[in-house]
Design a protein around this ligand. Sequence first.
Ligand SMILES: Nc1ncnc2c1ncn2[C@@H]1O[C@H](COP(=O)(O)OP(=O)(O)OP(=O)(O)O)[C@@H](O)[C@H]1O
Length: 247
Amino acid sequence: MLKLERLSFDVKEEKGTKKILSNINLTVDDGKFVVVTGPNGGGKSTLAKLIAGIESPASGSIFMEGHDITDMSISERAKNGISFAFQQPVRFKGIRVLDLLRMASGRNLSFGDACEYLSEVGLCAKDYIHRELNASLSGGELKRIEIAMVLARGTKLSIFDEPEAGIDLWSFQNLIQVFERMRERNKGRIIIIISHQERILKIADDIVVISEGKIIRKGSRDEVLPELLGTVSAVDMCKKFYEGGRR
Ligand SMILES: Nc1ncnc2c1ncn2[C@@H]1O[C@H](COP(=O)(O)OP(=O)(O)OP(=O)(O)O)[C@@H](O)[C@H]1O
């Protein structure tokens, strides 16, 4: 279980302190597939970075399986089962895709296993397995390799920051399938995806909406998605119209 308690984050600016996240309280049970959404600049990526340990909160606590991990470093958190896929994937010069997948999995992955992770994310394994993680890879290719890396790690908690960013329309369907499979196979793991995409929201168990640094809505997909898509108000309007007509 992941638990965030009264989590806040702010940055120092010339004029003073700017609040980025205020008093975030959130509990995510094991096995849940949670999508965090909300307007640009609301604080979603910052929240993901706080969970992964890339940023430190101004106040509040983060608990993973009952342990307070608030003061743990990124690498300690990674060892404790947290993976993070960046919005802008990182390039590692001199490291091949195969090396990255082997490092991520923590074992000497066979060629076949490594290829399977790449195929999962829609990359033709033989074309990529020996490629270096440098500027010759496109943004979309890097993004998919990064998702394959998180799959290979198979950690307790995986966080993906806008996995759809830079992915073309054709590959997007494939990406949805990757996450659907992840969700089906999810045995007690937690998956948190930051996304603006309706099709990713549609496969969530729970949806969390962050705006102006605060959680403004959280609940099951069936509760929250109709509100986000405006279908609740449309249904309410229809009801009123129908009831009005009967009178
Ligand atoms: N280190 C920082 N210094 C100054 N401002 C910051 C810093 N980190 C985040 N911010 C600001 O905090 C706000 C939230 O940023 P964040 O990237 O978390 O938003 P987001 O919800 O992920 O947005 P998007 O949907 O556009 O990716 C933004 O206004 C951003 O400019």
